[in-house]
Design a protein around this ligand. Structure first.
Ligand SMILES: *[C@@H]1O[C@H](CO)[C@@H](O)[C@H](O)[C@H]1NC(C)=O
Ligand SMILES: *[C@@H]1O[C@H](CO)[C@@H](O)[C@H](O)[C@H]1NC(C)=O
Ligand SMILES: *[C@@H]1O[C@H](CO)[C@@H](O)[C@H](O)[C@H]1NC(C)=O
Length: 490
């Protein structure tokens, strides 16, 4: 059987598929009708309409109202919508993570952004209700204590704005809290304007004859330079900040955050369920929605394809403006996980090799692990890895491995993701297909794909540093193609 396969392979440089039963090898440049179609990204662009309509539904405004005592740590970052459905969950609850590295910040310079009223008997003002509220303190009210308020902002992670105001007739401030001060300092992770002074008090907090609560001298203070967010571990900043959101293919959906938190968006991308066609999240675009001049929400859009500034062209619609848009790509530890570094000589469209600069194919027999440059075989791009004797000489397995050990960080967890195809020879011949995933010479999994078109797989492993990744398998004519291999920090 094998020798007749070999004859077919050797005899035919271009084998046309005869009706029925002829088995051809990958080396014979087959165009088979079974080979699952490559990735089709038609119709996978950003769904800006759903994002915009969800912006109009969400309400993330808040301030130092309610009964909370001063000096509480800010609430954890929350998700306020997922794919068009409003929600109210912490990012940690959504991602199952608890790691949120706190970054120490240095003192900022502030400028006054707006004035307050005086403190005469008839002066009435209002405090800010805005997005990205963090927490508040009360400061010593023997003077209008701007310094203490801005020092507080400096100590709160993410603070870039403070609203300082007197609140009168509040029982908690006057009689309950130990500070005995009515000078409130509410801090935010976004800048706000006087247009957002919407809380004028008006509650009956103390027993009459005390009047309703009211506000005086409400001023706003913003950090002069907005801190550039730290790039999350495992990512590269691709562009930004600009005023354009991506309109790009490979879109997987979005979440709204209650503040502009790049790490939270990275956590959402890392834990986003994979797209069956396109794979895991590889890129995110975070931006601020400003509606009629007022910050309204913070969008985190996720993609399985890496986008860049060239598609960051959506500046908003109607009253909604896109601001502070940044794109981040997940770093693939593999330099050439898509085998795209392998090219034919000249303008030929078909060639194969048992290895090149980025990948090695190790054979027990003949051509048991190879790399093909041939668009019809690839999941994306023009090249793809193959396990199983490329010209059907033998039924022995081969091993594909990156040419160099992976530059990983010992002790960290990594997510190995790839696409596997097991349909080349049709249902009968692919029955016994197998592929083992090896990590440092240990079998992570033995996949028995049977007959399947391109299918996505992912595994989590722990790195030792200089790790060895291997795909071992193939059993001609049960050939297996492998493409778009990613090794991401988990
Ligand atoms: C994309 O899909 C649309 C509608 O399904 C179709 O009309 C169009 O021809 C497709 N374009 C490509 C390039 O496949
Ligand atoms: C979200 O839930 C928290 C805790 O239950 C609550 O304090 C907060 O007001 C809620 N936010 C919204 C926008 O519903
Ligand atoms: C400071 O705040 C306390 C508690 O609200 C209040 O009783 C007092 O009158 C305030 N003092 C000044 C100077 O405003």
């Amino acid at each position: 059987m094998l020798s007749s396969l070999r004859l077919v392979a050797l005899a035919a440089l271009a084998v046309s598929l005869a009706e029925g039963v002829t088995i051809v090898s990958p080396a014979s440049k087959a165009i088979t009708d079974t080979l699952g179609s490559p990735l089709d990204t038609n119709g996978t662009h950003t769904d800006a309409d759903t994002i915009v309509s969800t912006v109009s539904e969400v309400n993330q405004k808040s301030g130092a109202t309610g009964d909370a005592p001063p000096n509480l740590p800010p609430a954890p970052v929350s998700v306020t919508a997922v794919d068009g459905t409003l929600t109210n969950q912490t990012v940690d609850a959504v991602t199952g993570n608890t790691r949120r590295d706190l970054i120490q910040r240095s003192a900022s310079d502030y400028e006054q952004l707006f004035d307050g009223t005086g403190t005469g008997p008839y002066d009435r003002d209002a405090s800010i209700e805005g997005t990205a509220y963090l927490t508040y303190t009360v400061v010593d009210n023997s003077t209008y204590n701007i310094g203490q308020c801005l020092d507080f902002c400096d100590r709160v992670q993410g603070c870039v704005f403070a609203n300082l105001y007197y609140e009168f007739n509040n029982e908690l401030l006057d009689f309950v809290f130990s500070e005995k001060s009515n000078l409130k300092c509410a801090v935010y992770a976004d800048i706000h304007t006087a247009a957002e002074k919407t809380n004028a008090g008006g509650q009956q907090s103390e027993q009459p004859p005390a009047g309703l609560t009211y506000i005086q001298q409400s001023t706003g203070w913003g950090a002069k330079s907005l801190v550039d967010p730290a790039t999350p571990d495992g990512y590269d900043l691709v562009f930004g900040p600009t005023n354009g959101a991506n309109n790009a293919p490979g879109y997987m959906g979005f979440a709204f955050l209650d503040r502009y938190d790049v790490q939270a968006c990275a956590d959402l991308c890392n834990t986003r369920g994979a797209d069956g066609q396109g794979g895991g999240c590889a890129y995110f675009n975070i931006w601020r929605a400003v509606v009629n001049g007022i910050p309204t929400t913070y969008t985190c859009s996720m993609y399985y394809l890496v986008a860049d500034k060239s598609t960051a062209v959506n500046s908003g619609q109607g009253d909604l403006l896109v601001t502070l848009s940044r794109g981040y790509a997940r770093k693939n530890v593999l330099p050439d996980g898509g085998f795209e570094g392998y090219n034919c000589v000249g303008d030929q469209s078909f060639c194969f090799t048992s290895g090149y600069a980025n990948w090695k194919g190790l054979s027990t027999g003949i051509l048991d692990a190879t790399v093909f440059h041939y668009v019809p075989y690839a999941h994306t791009g023009h090249s793809v890895g193959l396990l199983g004797s490329a010209d059907a000489t033998d039924a022995l397995p081969g091993t594909l491995t990156p040419a160099a050990p992976l530059q990983t960080v010992a002790g960290k967890q990594y997510s190995i993701q790839f696409f596997l195809n097991s349909d080349f020879s049709g249902p009968d011949s692919q029955k016994n297909a197998f592929v083992e995933l090896h990590w440092n010479n240990q079998i992570v999994d033995t996949i028995k794909p049977g007959f399947t078109h391109w299918k996505f797989f992912q595994y989590t492993v722990t790195a030792n540093g200089n790790d060895i990744l291997q795909f071992h398998g193939g059993k001609a004519p049960a050939w297996n193609f492998i493409d778009d291999v990613k090794v991401y920090l988990a």
